[in-house]
Design a protein around this ligand. Structure first.
Ligand code: PRP
Length: 183
């Protein structure tokens, strides 16, 4: 098995670049159908969603404006911190079909906070596209409109997702190798 070392941990292959491409195409096809006669404002949640958004947006064929927003919750750890830091004000989204683009929904705290943040601007609609979701980790009921794959609650890196700041540039997604028990 081709392990990769990211910072101080080993990771093993989980979702290939080919599978990612198929997941992204499927989401794009659905969005193209759902918004066929509409316009979209994509809100890309940095930094993790940048690779997913870059590929997804090139497959979306309805008129789309792109905004970015920095939100983060993991810090340098493998566990979501439970609090979300949203430092910037968002562009004016009133009356727009806002498509939030996220790499992963883990506990769901980030996406829930973002939706609350954006809803205050009275957009026409808010939808969420997440490449990955960990339903077993969600701490609340969430409505994620477009999901590439639901995964178990293991820590993953690559395709935009990092461990301690590293690993975002991997073109596939890898899952952490848990150390063997010592006893
Ligand atoms: C990750 C990911 C989501 C969030 C999901 O971001 O990109 O935004 O965590 O976790 P949650 O569902 O438990 O809130 P992170 O905080 O790692 O920042 P980053 O995108 O800059 O890596």
């Amino acid at each position: 098995m081709d392990l990769v070392q990211v910072h101080d941990r080993a990771f093993k292959p989980f979702i290939s670049a080919q599978e990612i491409e198929e997941m992204v195409q499927k989401i794009a096809n659905t969005i193209n159908a759902d918004f066929a006669s509409e316009e979209l404002t994509a809100l890309v949640i940095m930094k993790g969603a940048m690779f997913f958004a870059s590929d997804l947006l090139r497959k979306i064929h309805v008129p789309v404006k792109v905004e970015t927003l920095r939100a983060h919750s993991y810090g340098d750890n493998m566990l979501s911190s439970g609090s979300v830091f949203i430092p910037e004000s968002v562009a004016d989204l009133s009356g727009q079909n806002v498509l939030i683009i996220e790499d992963i929904v883990d506990t769901g705290t980030t996406i829930a906070e973002l939706i609350k943040h954006i809803a205050g601007q009275t957009p026409k609609s808010i939808t969420v596209a997440a490449l990955l979701s960990k339903p077993q980790m969600h701490s609340q009921v969430l409505s994620i409109d477009y999901v590439g794959a639901e995964i178990p609650p293991a820590f993953v890196v690559g395709y935009g997702m990092d461990y301690a700041g590293y690993g975002r540039g991997l073109d596939a997604i890898y899952v952490v190798v848990e150390p063997e028990p010592t006893t």
